[in-house]
Design a protein around this ligand. Structure first.
Ligand code: ADP
Length: 476
């Protein structure tokens, strides 16, 4: 933490403040306090929004090229500080350093992508039936944006909202997760150094996420809410945004099926599942949540998978050979254990479990004989638990996969080309990994169908989410 504090320490450490008005941040592996931050509450909202309105005036007055250059400088600063950012993510989020480094590069990828896209918010000229009329559209920034982000990707969930907002010419108020606010502060500092106006992007912390968000949603000044987190909170933000008809981008919970058809390359499928399941110790919204295996390859797949899972090393994310860090909190582990116990009581079988570890570290578990009627198949696990269901036909697999209200990520393995076409089109998911377990990419549209959310992040669509289309009808 020393090198991190030398570079970014002026952004935190506020020991003089009374405990009630500060947010203490802990190392997730050791429980040691890392830093404290000042917080705000609903009374501060009018002042925050007045600054944000000023920030909107500043940001929208820049040319698209100037906004692009700002973002490009920010990208370069993130890359120049990537090792410090990666270590900070490992400390406050828990993920292994290798994954944290990959996150820095993923997060920076959004900034570089939207630096390019900033120059491409084209309007249209629409052919008119009336020769005395010119019909055009222009794209304009939507206004003041309120963003709420989670702890599982403390950098990338921020850049994929802030970068397109800045590219479009909006201003943004970000409330990062109270569990990982230091990464947000470091990113903000680098954005300041890149030339962003402090009013254009504000970072706020609160001990009362609900009350603060309610006050922000009540205000007509906020024109858009963008949120990544649980479905329950997304639903409540949607309801709170109804009064003032805000634009919404919601990236909510998933319940990803990972389907292995009999024609699969089993070794490739296992490699992919290890990534899709165990990245961030299973705590991602695109994590493989339900493994569905076709009968003919069931036994071989389970045997090979178990051998791989048994080799996983669990420990502090800064140790070089760690595969899985701690869960985000002891409470998260307690929830996971409760769900396992419930599944066992419903008839699931514990096929594999390593030696128990002290909380919040959790050893991986493989549960077989799971079916879709069990609670565990209908919950987003956010833990290193593999639940396995057996299926007998392609139609069965599709029916099981689609039998949940979520529709974020899905994965399947098959070497049958016709099957690849059929299954890709029938899965009710916003994202489908075909013969791969790693699909996230700044240039591709990330988002869900059904109750997994609204809108897309990244790609060309990611910029549109922050733009209003204005239609001009000109008579001459
Ligand atoms: P997770 O279970 O992944 O932590 P949450 O949805 O609880 O997901 O948290 C994601 C983000 O939403 C965090 O920044 C958190 O502070 C914030 N949050 C939690 N509850 C509320 C709420 N009722 N209203 C607005 N934001 C909330």
């Amino acid at each position: 933490m020393d090198a991190i504090n030398t570079r970014f320490g002026h952004l935190w450490h506020t020991p003089e403040q009374p405990a009630t008005s500060r947010l203490t941040v802990y190392c997730k592996a050791t429980g040691v306090a890392l830093a404290a931050l000042p917080v705000c509450n609903e009374q501060d909202v009018p002042e925050i929004l007045a600054r944000a309105q000023l920030g909107f005036d500043i940001q929208k007055a820049l040319s698209a090229h100037q906004r692009s250059q700002q973002l490009q400088r920010w990208y370069e600063l993130i890359i120049a500080n990537s090792e410090l950012l990666a270590r900070l993510v490992t400390l406050e989020c828990g993920k292994p350093l290798g994954e944290a480094r990959a996150e820095v590069s993923y997060a920076a990828g959004f900034v570089s992508w939207f630096a390019e896209q900033a120059k491409r918010s084209y309007g249209q000229v629409i052919p008119s039936a009336n020769v005395a009329q010119k019909l055009t559209t222009i794209e304009q920034p939507i206004g003041v944006v309120f963003a709420i982000t989670p702890w599982n990707f403390p950098l990338a969930m921020i850049t994929r909202k802030v970068a397109p907002a800045m590219a479009a010419g909006c201003s943004i108020v970000l409330k990062p997760s109270e569990l990982t606010p230091l990464s947000a502060m470091a990113l903000w500092q680098l954005a300041q150094e890149a030339g962003f106006a402090p009013e254009a992007w504000q970072v706020v912390h609160s001990l009362d996420a609900k009350g603060f968000a309610a006050a922000m949603c009540d205000s007509a000044v906020v024109r858009k809410v963008t949120f990544t987190g649980s479905t329950a909170v997304g639903r409540s933000l949607m309801a709170q945004s109804a009064n003032t008809i805000k634009r919404l981008s919601l990236e909510l919970g998933g319940n990803a099926p990972f389907i292995i058809f009999a024609s699969s390359d089993l070794d490739a499928a296992i490699d992919a599942l290890m990534v899709a399941k165990f990245r961030n110790a299973g705590q991602t919204c695109v994590a493989a949540n339900r493994v569905l295996i076709e009968s003919p390859c069931f036994d071989e797949f389970i045997t090979k998978l178990t051998a791989r899972v048994a080799k996983l090393k669990i420990g502090h994310g800064l140790e070089p050979d760690t595969d899985l860090g701690p869960l985000i909190s002891p409470a998260a582990k307690a929830t996971a254990e409760r769900r396992i116990a419930e599944a066992l009581s419903e008839g699931a079988v514990c096929h594999y479990r390593a030696e128990p570890l002290p909380s919040p570290f959790m050893a991986p578990v493989i549960l077989t004989e799971v079916n879709q009627a069990m609670a565990i198949a209908n919950l987003e696990l956010f833990a290193p638990i593999i639940t396995v269901q057996r299926f007998r036909s392609e139609a069965d697999a599709i029916a099981i996969a689609n039998a949940v209200p979520e529709g974020l990520a899905s994965y399947f393995f098959s070497q049958d080309m016709a099957q690849v076409e059929r299954v890709s089109s029938q899965l009710e998911y916003g994202m489908v990994g075909v013969n791969t377990g790693l699909i996230s990419n700044p240039v591709a549209p990330f988002g869900g169908m059904k109750q997994s959310g609204l809108g897309r992040e990244g790609a060309a669509q990611g910029l549109s989410e922050y733009l209003e289309t204005k239609y001009l009808c000109q008579q001459f």
